[in-house]
Design a protein around this ligand. Structure first.
Ligand code: LIP
Length: 271
């Protein structure tokens, strides 16, 4: 085993244990929502809870105990650059709005980067007791069992996950949905982009598109999809992990159709 592989494998094992501890903390808050402090970040939909903050601090502390020289980027407390060349990218509660409203559509998502490359991704759905994991070149797994994208589905039979936020004009989302329906497709919006990407990786969804998402929401899920035999559009190719942008992941046979729908929607908006 190469030194890098052992460095990634030891980090994957540590991250799994940390995620399960963080999942228990998140579930304790999920079971006591009436007393959970919630703040509005920008608009009524962009919120953060004490659960987000506590889960991020727990994961930061646990990772730093074992890998003090690794960098860390979290949705709530930003970037802490370090010297090892590894950077963790965490969304402590992805699907916060669902979480605070009592919907089980949320997860904890963490990606490991070596330089600018995502080399591992983990997504824990504590409500379903499902842990999705992947290491670059090593395949993707759900609770330790290999997973794969749905290589047989098509636009007319699969479900396409669509993400929406007020970071883009409503037409950027509705225009895509309208074109998808026109093509005989169907959409779902779960409220957690990370969990939706994980569901593409295991074949439950035939793709996931969102016009704007952040690195902490999607890098782990994109790694899962690639390792599960799927196709993913480049994300943060310039290395800027703070700006965000569009995300698309799907089985290879659907990439062209979905890119066409996105291009047509963008062209309409530009007209
Ligand atoms: C959420 C994403 C979702 C997006 C929401 C929000 P959060 O992440 O997972 O795809 O549509 O606007 O960004 O804020 O719950 O961590």
């Amino acid at each position: 085993m190469t030194a890098q592989a052992s460095g990634i494998d030891t980090r994957l094992l540590r991250a799994q244990a940390v995620l399960y501890e963080a999942g228990k903390l998140a579930l304790s808050h999920f079971g006591a929502l009436a007393s959970l402090p919630v703040e509005i970040k920008q608009n009524g939909q962009d919120i953060v809870s004490a659960a987000d903050r506590e889960v991020e601090m727990l994961v930061r502390d646990r990772i730093a105990e074992t890998f003090p020289d690794d960098g860390f980027l979290g949705e709530e407390y930003g970037l802490s650059a370090r010297s090892s060349g590894y950077t963790w990218v965490l969304d402590p509660i992805d699907g916060t709005s669902c979480f605070v409203h009592g919907s089980r559509s949320w997860c904890i998502s963490i990606a490991l980067l070596k330089g600018g490359e995502t080399v591992a991704g983990l997504i824990l759905d504590p409500s379903a007791d499902e842990l999705f994991t992947a290491v670059s070149g090593g395949g993707a797994f759900l609770n330790g069992r290999p997973i794969a994208v749905d290589s047989r589905t098509d636009m007319q039979h699969g479900l396409i996950g669509v993400g929406a936020s007020f970071r883009v004009p409503p037409r950027a989302v509705s225009g895509f949905i309208e074109r998808l329906l026109d093509r005989g497709g169907m959409f779902v919006r779960s409220g957690s982009g990370a969990l939706s990407l994980a569901h593409v990786a295991c074949g439950r969804l035939a793709g996931y598109y969102e016009p704007h998402i952040h690195a902490w929401d999607c890098l782990a899920g994109l790694c899962l999809i690639r390792e599960a035999g799927g196709w993913t559009a480049d994300f943060a190719a310039d290395g800027d992990l703070m700006r965000g942008g569009p995300v698309l992941g799907c089985p290879p046979q659907l990439s062209e159709d979905l890119l066409d729908l996105i291009a047509a929607t963008s062209a309409e908006r530009a007209a």
